[in-house]
Design a protein around this ligand. Structure first.
Ligand SMILES: Nc1ncnc2c1ncn2[C@@H]1O[C@H](COP(=O)(O)OP(=O)(O)OP(=O)(O)O)[C@@H](O)[C@H]1O
Ligand code: NI
Length: 268
């Protein structure tokens, strides 16, 4: 693999949080790479450090957190960048889809203003062109009345609709890296399907690499090229998805897969 194809190169990442009880180590010596246009899934039990890893890459960690190591996006080191530089990167080169999309929107502005301004902050298109792009992207996300959606405030939309608006915005930005932290967890089955299909579409276009965190091994199985398994802040196994699902090496990975089988057989 050509070194230029490495989009994200995380090396020896450590994240510590200062608490009343001392320093807590939440991410420990985590290293992985994502190739351009590929999908890396991260799985692991609650509290193992998945979100902290995402937030470290986005440089959105809480102020009590410190980090060490190296995070290179297209060869540029992100650790040590100024908040201004990072703001420019977020939205343009890296988009973030979180579990609760309500937090991503300004509650007092209509969707149109937020959508159009985000596009215009990172590209040199007119308001009318940006609105046109917004409508096209919302349509792609099966939002049947995009004009209406644009005229609404975040609280007027359901969680599933907001999540789709958020992904529509990511599609519009065509970022090099899309980070999804449990993007389907809060959704009902119909919305979940739409969101998975949207990720598939983004993947198929091949311009955007995806870092996908999910409890849902089916979602990971459907989308990921490679999967990293985290346990207590560390990556215990990282392998191509097909290999990980058919021939897991680490005991903990086997446990996770077995847990899924048990749930499936209980339902089935
Ligand atoms: N403010 C904080 N103070 C102390 N510990 C914290 C704080 N925030 C997070 N942690 C700890 O950091 C660890 C990693 O948290 P993180 O949110 O990354 O887990 P996660 O894998 O995303 O879990 P989940 O699947 O539940 O979202 C957890 O053990 C958590 O208890
Ligand atoms: Ni999390």
């Amino acid at each position: 693999m050509n070194e230029r194809d490495i989009l994200l190169d995380v090396n020896g990442l450590n994240v510590q949080i200062q608490t009343d009880y001392g320093l807590v180590s939440t991410v420990r010596d985590v290293s992985f790479q994502i190739m351009a246009g590929k999908v890396l899934g991260i799985v692991g039990e609650s509290g193992c450090g998945k979100s902290m890893t995402c937030l470290a890459i986005l440089q959105l960690l809480q102020k009590h957190a410190t980090m060490e190591g190296s995070i290179r996006l297209q060869g540029r080191e992100l650790i040590g960048m100024t908040p201004k530089q990072m703001r420019k990167l977020r939205g343009q080169d890296i988009c973030f889809i979180m579990q609760n999309p309500m937090n991503a929107f300004n509650p007092v502005l209509r969707i149109e203003k937020q959508f159009v301004e985000t596009i215009r902050a990172h590209t040199s298109v007119s308001k009318i062109q940006a609105k046109y792009v917004a409508i096209e992207c919302l349509k792609q996300m099966n939002l049947s009345d995009p004009e209406k959606v644009l005229g609404q405030y975040p609280f007027e939309l359901s969680g599933g609709m907001l999540q789709r608006v958020m992904i529509a915005l990511s599609i519009a930005m065509r970022p090099a890296l899309l980070i999804g932290d449990e993007p389907t967890t809060a959704l009902d089955n119909v919305n979940r399907r739409t969101v998975i299909d949207a990720f598939r579409k983004i993947k198929k276009e091949g311009e955007t690499a995806i870092l996908l965190v999910s409890h849902d091994l089916d979602v990971i199985g459907e989308l990921a090229d490679e999967v990293a398994v985290m346990k207590q802040g560390e990556i215990v196994e990282i392998a191509p998805a097909t290999q990980l699902f058919t021939n897991p090496q680490h005991e903990y990975t086997k446990l996770l897969l077995d847990a899924r089988m048990t749930v499936e057989s209980r339902i089935g």
